[in-house]
Design a protein around this ligand. Structure first.
Ligand code: ADE
Length: 419
């Protein structure tokens, strides 16, 4: 078996951590049981480009239980958990190509290793596998039945490809399932981003001013959790509707140019480039802590910051100090501007990834079942799958809900009774 991981001796630690995470993934566990019996992915070559975490390991084990041949590389150079990568190779004979802190060339070498197996389904978090396949290995397109995409940034990228006529196989936007973004993006990013900042800095959030750039589902979650820690939260936005929502959720809203001089902590969750720029760094208080929790490391303009700094050093793991040439002020950048929740912490907690990865597993099954019949575009997870995951999650949490009476159903389907 072909693999490239840091150290197979880490496998036992990885296995224990995967087992611990799986205890909070009851929906995926149920799917795995069914997959073991029904083998819906029998013989299918699956290429996965996902964050290599304990939760992803449970997904890999589920897909393998379904009969798939699973090949995994990282979707970010800093998010790999090396013990998990080792466990998947040693205990599951899954071919993993991922090493935490790999450089750009190694990152792509690992993507090519997964492409070398000629995947029939691609599963992406950020669309790097799919876009490399399209742009550099078009001869593989004929093998592919379809793909899935985990994250907002990837879905935006794929929709741009589809718009340009460049997308050559159907892709299910797992991110857009309700049981994905309402929970993973909001509560997952919310908790794990705060977790990453605290693990990296060990600073107190209570009483601080905490600036969140972007009020999508991730921004909403980060702002709410920072508020819960006792920070004064400022939201910056470009969308008037989201700005209004942030105001009515109780947060201050102002342009970043104004927030820059007030904030103690800054987090970007916009999905866009150069959100925090030199003009903002120059205005910040000395000691400001700046990080990103968006998918790509493009939201902070670190190139210009480096050019305008007289000195830089690592002051502790995941914390780099930049001294501004102009003023001598100190700016602290966490985790090289890469997603702080996966670089300095362990990503979203398992119980929320349970639903995200249940969507991934069922989307892969859907692609196989409907091969040749899928539309050549980016399309959502079918609603019945989304609702079924919600039902299973509720039941696993021990909650039950009401049912419409026949009279209520009839009323909802009618238009004749009014005032
Ligand atoms: N994305 C965010 N958190 C994650 C996790 N724990 N595992 C895989 N992908 C993630």
């Amino acid at each position: 078996m072909n693999y490239d991981v840091k150290d197979l001796a880490l496998a036992k630690k990885g296995d224990d951590r995967i087992e611990w995470a799986a205890q909070s993934m009851p929906v995926l566990t149920q799917i795995k049981k069914r997959f073991l019996e029904e083998k819906p992915l029998n013989g299918i070559r699956l290429g996965l480009c996902l964050h290599v975490t304990t939760e992803t390991a449970s997904l890999c084990r589920t897909l393998k239980a379904g009969g798939a041949e699973v090949h995994l590389c990282a979707s970010n150079p800093l998010s790999t958990q090396d013990d998990v990568a080792a466990a998947l190779v040693k205990s599951d004979e899954i071919s993993v190509h991922a090493i935490k802190a790999e450089d750009h060339d190694t990152y792509y070498k690992h993507i090519y290793s997964v492409l070398a197996i000629k995947p029939q389904i691609t599963m992406d978090d950020g669309a790097d596998l799919l876009s490399t396949l399209h742009s550099e290995k078009p001869e593989l397109l004929k093998e592919v039945l379809g793909g899935t995409e985990e994250t907002t940034t990837g879905v935006i990228r794929l929709k741009a490809m589809a718009h340009d006529g460049a997308l050559k196989y159907p892709v299910i936007a797992v991110n857009d399932a309700m049981t994905k973004h309402l929970f993973d993006n909001r509560y997952g990013t919310g908790q794990s981003t705060i977790d990453g900042i605290i693990r990296a800095t060990n600073r107190l959030l209570a009483g601080s001013t905490f600036v969140v750039a972007g009020y999508g589902w991730c921004g909403r979650g980060v702002a709410k959790r920072a508020d819960g820690q006792g920070a004064r939260v400022i939201v910056t936005e470009v969308d008037p509707l989201k700005a209004l929502e942030a105001i009515m959720d109780g947060f201050q809203v102002m342009p970043l140019s104004q927030a820059a001089s007030i904030g103690d902590f800054f987090v970007t969750v916009t999905g866009d480039i150069n959100v925090i720029r030199q003009e903002h760094f120059e205005q910040m208080k000395s000691g400001a802590i700046v990080c990103n929790s968006g998918h790509f490391n493009v939201e902070l303009d670190l190139g210009t910051l480096a050019q305008n700094s007289s000195h830089r050093r690592n002051i502790r793991e995941y914390v780099e100090e930049f001294t501004l040439k102009s003023s001598g002020k100190l700016i602290y950048i966490l985790a090289e501007g890469r997603l702080i929740n996966l670089a300095a912490a362990e990503g979203h907690p398992s119980s929320v990834m349970d639903m995200s990865f249940a969507n991934q597993a069922l989307a892969a099954e859907y692609v196989v079942k409907n091969q040749g019949k899928l539309p050549l575009k980016v399309f959502p997870v079918p609603e019945d799958i989304d609702k079924e995951i919600a039902r299973l999650k509720l039941a696993s949490m021990g909650f039950s809900i009401d049912k419409l009476t026949p009279e209520q159903e009839k009323y909802l389907a009618s238009w004749t009774s009014g005032t």
